[in-house]
Design a protein around this ligand. Sequence first.
Ligand SMILES: [Zn+2]
Length: 174
Amino acid sequence: MFHFCPSCASLGIRFEEGTRFRCPDCGFVYYHNIAAATGCIIDAGEGILFLVRAKEPALGKLDLPGGFVSLGEGAVEGLRRECREEIRWDPGPDCSFFASFPNTYLYQGILYNTCDLFFTCSAPGLREEDLHRDPQEIGGLRFVKPGQILMEELAFDSTRRVMQAFLGRRHPSG
Ligand SMILES: [Zn+2]
């Protein structure tokens, strides 16, 4: 990400231990910390709501509503804002924490490491007509019955892991 030290312009800057840039010449240190992100498993009764991604990474794959947590936000607050932005629907304050998995997100050549926090929310009767997607971000909406969720259609490693955990809990016998 940095080819020159942003402080002294040295070429000696190195990325260490997957966490920080350090310049041996002037002592400059920059921590490239993981980012927090959220996702919501919205159970609409007739299926789980997935969003078809309209851009890279994972263009055309199925993602859960959610996104990066912004500066100054709590996780649920960030999740609710992302849902309002993406589908103009608010899951409300009562979504329940379900599980967390790490993820990587390659955007314009930079690999971001995230801690994805997944929540569940029950929205019986929620239909596509109740939602308004942002076409810049979302290519389509899909309600998928739990038994018809295909892991290879899911956008990210963390999405696959959380859906496996969710389906395993719903159907403990497999
Ligand atoms: Zn330096």
